[in-house]
Design a protein around this ligand. Sequence first.
Ligand SMILES: Cc1cc2nc3c(=O)[nH]c(=O)nc-3n(C[C@H](O)[C@H](O)[C@H](O)COP(=O)(O)OP(=O)(O)OC[C@H]3O[C@@H](n4cnc5c(N)ncnc54)[C@H](O)[C@@H]3O)c2cc1C
Length: 558
Amino acid sequence: MAELVIGMPLTLAERIDQVFPTLKPPQVARIAAHGRRRQVQPGEVLLDVGDQLRFFVVTEAKIDIVSASGPSESLIVTLQPGQFTGEVNMLSGRRQFTRIRATAAGEVIELEREQLLALVQTDSELSDILMRAFILRRVELIAHQVGDAALVGSNHSADTLRIKEFLTRNSYPHAYVDLDRDPDVQDLFDRFHVGLADIPVVICRGQFVLRNPSNREIADCLGFNEAIDRTHVRDLVVVGAGPSGLAAAVYGASEGLDVLVLESDAPGGQAGSSSKIENYLGFPTGISGQELAGRAYTQAQKFGAQIMIAKCAKKLACDRKPYTIEMDDGQTVPAHAVIIATGAVYRRLSIDNASQFEGAGVYYGATFVEAQLCRGDEVIVVGGGNSAGQAAVFLAQSSKCVHMLVRSESLAASMSRYLIRRIEENPAIDLQTCAEIVRLEGNDHLERVQWRDKRTGKTETRDVRHIFVMAGAIPNTRWLDGCVLVDANGFIKTGTDLTREDLTNAGWPMARPPHLLETSLPGVFAVGDVRAGNVKRVASAVGEGSIAVASVHQVLRE
Ligand SMILES: Cc1cc2nc3c(=O)[nH]c(=O)nc-3n(C[C@H](O)[C@H](O)[C@H](O)COP(=O)(O)OP(=O)(O)OC[C@H]3O[C@@H](n4cnc5c(N)ncnc54)[C@H](O)[C@@H]3O)c2cc1C
């Protein structure tokens, strides 16, 4: 059995056989058929931090996996014969962030990443064992902050929150150094020649110091997209990795299509910012959006889909085929078919100074990251839909009081019945109907909020430092710049919603009518929240993503 050193919480001790399983001889033999056997010597580094990934199974040696991002090493685990290296990076092709060293002479089996991908796609028994171990190892790395990224910031800074969310939602293990609490921060600053004015700072791969970097800069430095080829024409490019885009990636790749996904932020989309999704089929006790997204992301990669992170589609060149999608870094990717899965975002609070407090008291998502910031405080949730209801119920667990402000007279028309009951029965939630925010006050952070009862005109002012806004969705369609027909609110029209007149105006060139989820541009589909008529639920987004793939096959045959 592996000798595990870090932390070793009870749950891990119980699950150690799944995290570091020992393969049986016939299983090892099946892996050996995909790779090569080689000798190792004590002290030999098989893989170092930053190297391209390879996979090892120990047959007669002993291997240490150590964390080596700082000046000193710390042992994570010692692997024995029958055990193997690797974690979810093996699927994405991102670089190694631990050091792997032989400690005893002997033999290992070595596989290149492509050989490992072929193995997990063809051998379902080994695929189960390896995938489970890889995912559980990532969970442990995150829990113990073992990785090659450190964030130094302050809980009062909006950019710190942005970066924390970006790393967390991408399930990237990282250490967080809180400027306001950590006494050792000056040492770190001195070592990397950083001053307070540079905050937040990301120390990437233990060497590069990024001062208040954009999400794209972080992704580039950590090599999120390095292994992805952008030159060849893909069968399918999916834009957006929310539930609908991830579903399209899973179904497309598992059915043999060459799929590339572009995601401007992190996998999961709006669902990724939900603390708990309770109405998704098969999860009777609910599942966090982050977990659902993480599973779908790994699943898509297992089937061979490639997912580019922090790459925003800026333009669709729709006047010639193959279509080309231009990204915000100026690079382009060509595709025979495109699925638009760019979803929607919440309307910004229409108060003059609201943008001043974004990330510093005004938030458009309610995950554990934000909940930590307002623990024990009074908070406001704005909105009357399911997402606002969920946020209120979730925040009520850790906040002193949640004022839920709804513009309409009741929740009945906009929220699921189960959530309405939870809100009504929760003494920590104060529901205010016909209410709207009229004033925000504060300096660097929100400090005070005033709202008004629309029926009586009476206002109420409270010292509230956190508002969660979840009202009114706007589709992410501006980047399409007229390539596909949209409705009056900007949502994309598809299938039978496109009238004969629409198609004539759009210059529809085919003898056949558009497929079910096809837009006014042949071979370009729209799924999920971005589509006109979609019901704005995770299940429908997932359903549409998978249905569209069936039509993509037909289009590719045309
Ligand atoms: C807080 C919250 C709680 C919710 N709870 C529930 C629930 O309990 N049950 C339920 O059924 N539904 C829930 N919903 C609704 C559900 O999450 C959405 O219906 C669903 O996420 C829609 O999926 P989607 O893939 O269509 O779009 P989105 O989830 O919006 O994903 C779109 C993705 O596209 C990316 N993107 C946008 N523009 C670009 C671009 N130009 N280039 C590249 N990428 C781009 C975005 O970054 C995003 O990741 C909730 C929503 C929220 C916000």
